[in-house]
Design a binder for this molecule. Sequence first.
Ligand code: CMC
Length: 435
Amino acid sequence: MDKKDTGEFVTMHDPRSGKEFRFPIIDGSVGPSVIDIRKFYAETGYFTYDPGFTSTASCDSCLTYIDGDKGVLMHRGYRIEDLAQNANYLEVCYLLLHGELPNQQEYDEFAYDITHHTMLHDQIQYFFRGFRRDAHPMAIMVGAVGALSAFYHDVTDINDERQRMIASYRLVAKMPTLAAMAYKYSIGQPFMYADNSLSYAANFLKMTFATPTEEFSVSDSVVKVMDQIFILHADHEQNASTSTVRLAGSSMANPFACISAGISSLWGPAHGGANEAVLDMLEQIGTKDRVGKFIKRAKDKNDPFRLMGFGHRVYKNYDPRAGILRASVHNVLDELGVTAEPLLDLALELERIALKDEYFIERKLFPNVDFYSGIILKAMGFPTSMFTVLFALSRTVGWISQWKEMHEDPRNRIGRPRQLFLGEDKRSFKPMDQR
Ligand code: CMC
């Protein structure tokens, strides 16, 4: 859908020059309208000031819509609850990449293409061996995904639509292989090749948990849980890592380099690294009687401690992804044969107390997707250091779809924010002996 010029304007009176300026109001299909300030500097001589981009729409997009007040997340018009319940991850990937849910034939072709591109250039395993065994798997992912540009240089012409699509398929297909290799490398087990007879999620679980010496089997319900976690992380509008991918891509950098940049941004504990941090926090809290003490610390402005898995820039209501995971966590643990998970009891207690606390109510701080995902991933056998890698694997389709969308837009320009300069004005150079 195209944006609509409403014919309406916001008027700004500049007290310094006494002039009036008018800026067009533009409507999207749903959600807040925007004020078009593209000519703001040229007309007024001012920059706008918005550190952290709290009020800035940095691009047009048709992929993902969030209504943070109502706790709504939709991909191309489909609610996340609907997709998580009824679709599989590859259908969601197709939806993000192509704009529509696939029919049977489109799905079969897509699944075939993704499945048949899971293998990596064999030389990549030697690249892995340069890492220390105790390297964090996210450090490996940043390096290995960036290195794909050296192995698949044939699809780095970003002006070629077909190359863009091939690179996108390759990334979606190869991320599980790379993620599983990062894990295998860290525990000293041999890399497992992909098995083309399996689904995307089952294949990833096999590459991660199988060894060449044993038969591997995994229940359908565990595969379903993995697939659902992939769906819940597939895309999330213009968050820090997605904006990083777009900004990197705006300079016409190749797609593998851009996704590596996204992985770097995701790694931080304020973003995708929070799922790892939630488990660390729950382990640190230890027992229910200590919850109050940590809530107190989270509220103390002199203490850097924050409740990990709580709060969100956009959601001022329950994160719908957290809602889905919370509703299914008990069933999932039952399926996995986990009879008691003290960390889940602790998490529920923490949530119960926080949601009644004035500090969290006032600031509209609710659990986000990372609050429950770690508990499920732990029960599935993933070490905490792999949690953010799984986020990166799932989010790759969102990143690359956003990257593609940016390059399909003829108005795409290099991203170049401005600044409010507060440093020294011009100074004369002082020789060393006069400083
Ligand atoms: N614990 C305690 N206080 C918090 C928390 C928290 N988790 N989150 C926000 N606050 C307070 C913050 O101190 C501030 O208080 P005040 O107004 O008195 O100064 C107020 O709430 C607003 O916070 P903010 O830092 O201005 O909000 P933000 O939009 O810049 O940050 C956030 C959003 C997600 C980075 C932040 O809520 C946070 O650090 N949460 C913990 C980390 C986390 O769970 N991250 C995962 C995000 S969801 C997955 C993803 O998309 O990556």
